[in-house]
Design a protein around this ligand. Sequence first.
Ligand SMILES: [Zn+2]
Ligand SMILES: [Zn+2]
Length: 264
Amino acid sequence: MTGDFHVHTTFCDGQASPEEMVRAALARGMDAVGFSGHGRTAFDESWCMSEAGTAAYRAEIARLKKAYAGRIAVFCGVEQDMCSDAPTAGYDYVIGSVHYLRAGGEYLPVDESAALQRDAAARVFGGDIYAFAAAYYRQLASAQAATGCGVIGHFDIVAKFNEGGALFDEGDARYVNAWHDAADALLETGALFEINTGGIARGWRSVPYPAPPILDYLIARGARFLLSGDAHRPDGLRFGFDAWGAWARARGAEIVESPDFCIQ
Ligand SMILES: [Zn+2]
Ligand SMILES: [Zn+2]
């Protein structure tokens, strides 16, 4: 199956409608597209699906499923933030992600900007960016339990703004120990891990999530992976999958082409 199962639309923070994304997927010769609208986070609706929007999203994807049957398989998933309390029943699959830290009585955005990361570290973690990153991984460790997801989203998105070590040293033992603990906990769940090229498509990163040391650690412990474009517009669909898929396979990654949720 040549699909992409991490796809956003105008129902959340994407730039194209679901039908535009389906048409783009067909034009690219894809045979599956899975939508993963951001599950509603009531405390910040700036980029997730609203309550009414969630119902409309489900209805529209159901319509597209039928309208394009026989031409492309369409799936209705959700990217559930672990701070979301929106229900996940009825979706074809769930991607579990951490976009906020719950700390100091606040929801601190993890992947909005480097400035907000620095600000959160300064105000809530005594200026210690490693404590901020460790808190992220502590929360990520329970993302599967919190969301019931079958796929772990962008494992090290906390390093989104850290190209070239701009914010912290990813070789520092405090950082490494923190992601080791999260990886060990999530490996137990059997969930797939993304190899997510969205950060490259949008110019934040030179490598997919997760970074090579994390990818290698997961590979060595038997993880299975799903390539994800995290597409927010048509040209993000399957972004770099051929090159990065080959790169990851050469490191020993077992990449799932047709996830279990596709077998219906
Ligand atoms: Zn995400
Ligand atoms: Zn996403």
